[in-house]
Design a protein around this ligand. Sequence first.
Ligand code: HEC
Ligand code: HEC
Length: 364
Amino acid sequence: MQSVTGYVQSEAPHLKQSELCASCHTLITEAFGPDGEVIGSLPEQMNYQEWLHSAFNKEERSCQSCHMPRAEGPIRVSSVLGDTRDRLAQHVFVGGNAFMVRMLNRYRNELGVAALPAEMEATARATVRQLQDETASVSISPLEMNGRQLAFSVEVRNLTGDTIYKARYPEVCAECPQPVATTGADQPPPDVAADTSGPIPAPRVLDEGNAFIMNSMLQDVIRRGTAIRAKSLNRNDLAGKTGTTNEADTWFNGYQKNLVASVWVGFSDHRPVGDNEYGSNSPLPIWMDFMKVALDGVPEETRQQPSDVVTLKIDPRTGEPASPDQQNALFEYFLADHAPTTRASSQTTTDIDSKQPVRPIDLF
Ligand code: HEC
Ligand code: HEC
């Protein structure tokens, strides 16, 4: 170069800076609508922006430090009058997508690829090698059997230092500090750099007392309601709801603490299923067949009664507290704040029952 141009080249500091790579490898692709107008844009290559917000920036590990491997020993940079240089670094086109490189090679004529097949294949191989040996490792540990559940944690470790992703799922954890529940709203992505130990508490979406009472009501569907057939499964931790709509659909949705199953019976074209079809006829036995096998050997779960829930003996007809001598009284759960307080004598309950319908307001 010196001999032809008279210029003397020297290495400028920007050659070692990540910004150099960003000048080409920041690619925002525009999307076009039917009339050729720009309707949006897609950040296609954002390596520099990612790098800027990563630990590599702070550690001063530039793009070059990974992507421009130093050749060993002195290398001649030019075949004409070339001096040898130490520690020459190359812009090697090794990224993360061997598939695409091989596609380009395969359709080289149609796509007018200028590089030779062997060169393309060498790049593809180098890419596979980089992905296999230098990118990340995956480990699975520790393996644990809890009853019929297999539990393990998957850890993906970036071989260049940081844990980039550790699979953690929200867990139901009553004692953990509760995150604010955001029903329906997008959750912020998990903070990868944040502490990765301990459970992620699942946000509570329903007050504990309410959930307990709702569960008890749905358990009653099996204990003495429309799904009483399922009592034959001989478990006290099952709950569910039958459903029948517009003569065309029949359902049973039911659950145990860790297992939910829904059964729908109907015709795809919404033909009526017949006058005698209900959630309790066809779907329930199917649900029972499934649950029987799925819960075989699974211990029964008992729920702890929350402190804001009280148990009261009530008159089943009025919902008011029963008198001590009442024969058909039932135990029922109430939120302490809303428990009925009027004590009715067995005499008055019969009166209420026969004369006037019970208004819900009477309960409070
Ligand atoms: C003058 C523009 C230019 C500069 C500057 C540049 N590159 Fe490239 N780079 C390209 C082109 C063109 C390709 C091939 C097309 C592609 O894969 O995006 C490429 C390919 C790559 C690939 C392979 C991409 C893949 O998808 O497999 C990597 C990795 C890469 N460059 C890293 C770097 C790094 C690191 C730097 C900074 C030292 C850098 N590049 C600077 C233009 C440039
Ligand atoms: C710590 C090492 C490291 C650093 C620093 C690094 N890369 Fe990479 N880069 C890799 C590895 C490993 C891959 C292949 C795996 C993958 O795609 O994630 C890769 C993939 C790529 C690819 C191809 C995949 C893609 O996303 O398009 C490009 C282009 C690239 N890097 C450019 C850059 C640029 C530009 C910088 C600096 C802003 C940079 N890299 C910094 C290690 C690094």
